[in-house]
Design a protein around this ligand. Sequence first.
Ligand code: ADP
Ligand code: F6P
Length: 354
Amino acid sequence: MLWRWGDPAKCGEAQARGGFVRHARIVLNGMMDRIGVLTSGGDGPGMNAALRAVVRSASSRGIEVLGYRNGYQGLVDGDRLELDDRAVGGRIQRGGTFIGTSRCPAFLEREGRARAARQLEDDGVEGLIVIGGDGSFRGALALMEEHGTLVCGVPGTIDNDVWGTDETIGFDTALNTAVEAIDKIRDTSEATGTTFFVEVMGRGSGALAMYTALAAGAAGVLVPEEHEEISALVARLKRSFAEGKRSHIIVVAEGDEAGGAFGVAEQVGKAVGCPYRVTILGHIQRGGNPTARDRIIAALMGDGAVRALAEGRTGQMLGMRSGRLVEAPLVEVVANAHAGPRLDVLHLAQMLAG
Ligand code: ADP
Ligand code: F6P
C-alpha cells in the first residue's frame, strides 16, 4: 500500500518554522512514525481511557503520539504535548479528558483548518485521531478533504447520537448517573406524593432520555425526536392518580420542544393539579468515573483507530455494532447524522410506564 501525506516539497518550509521535519514525508507501506490525537466537543467519561488506548496501542507499534490540547483549538494554536505510556498512566478511571476539549469556532473556517494542517505538517504528524461527536467528525472530514490529512474518528459523547455505532464512549456512564439520581428522586417522590420532571442532557438527541426512562421505570418520557401531545400525558397522569399511584417521574430531554423540564412541568403540573418539582440533572451527567463498559469500548475503539491508520485506512470511524468493533466511513456517519435513535426503546419505555 502506498499513500502520500502532505507535500514533501514543503519540508524545507516546515523546517524553517522549527517543525518535526523528519516526519513530513511520503508514508510507505503503512509505516508511521507519529500520529496526533485530540478530544473535541462535549467531554464524556471514558475519553481518558480512549487516550490511554490510543497512546499504548501506538507505542506498541513504535508510533509516537502528540496530544493536541482543547480539541481543534490546540491544532490551530499549536498547543500540544508528547504522550507516552507514562503520560496516560493512572487516568483510565477518571472522567473528563486530561488533554482538554472545546468547541472551536476557528476550525469552522477554512483558514483555521489551513493553520491546523500546517501545524500537523510542522509537527510531523502523519495521521490524526479525533475523539468526539459528529460535529468533530465533520471537522475531521473537512481536514481530510481540504488537506489530505489521514484521519480516524472515535465516537465520544454522552448523547449516543452518532450514526454507525450502537454505543458512544460516555453514554453508559451518563445513563447510570441519571438512573442513580432518579432512583433517589423516586424515594422522595413516593414519600411526598410529588411528581418530578427530571431533565436529562441531550439538546438534539433523546437517546439518553429514553434509555434513562426505560431503566428508571419513568411514568413518562419526552424527547425531541417524537412529539407526545401534552394533553395525552396529562390524561395518563390523571388516570394514574385516580388509580392510586403516588409517585410519578417524567423524564424530559433537554431538547424537547415543549421547553425542557420547566416548560413541560408548568403545562402538565398545572393541568393535572398535582404537587410537582423540577430537577435538572445537567453536567453531573458528563462527569464521574467511567463505567467498565465505557472503559472497554474506549479500549477497543482507541486501539482500532490506531490500527486503521497504521494499516493505511483513512476517513473511518470505529464503532460498536451488536457488541463487535466495526469501521464505518466518516462520510456516511455525518451524512446520516440526523437518522435519529431507536424509537423502539422510546415506545417500550412508554408502554411499560403503564
Ligand atoms: P460534537 O463533536 O460533540 O458533536 P460539536 O458539534 O460542538 O460537538 O463540534 C465540536 C467541534 O468540531 C466544533 O466546535 C468545531 O470546532 C468542529 N466542527 C463542528 N462542525 C464542523 C464543520 N462542519 N466543519 C469544521 N469543523 C466542525
Ligand atoms: O453533546 C454533549 C452535551 O452534554 C449535550 O447532551 C448537551 O446538550 C450539550 O453537550 C451541552 O453542552 P455545553 O456544556 O457546551 O452547554
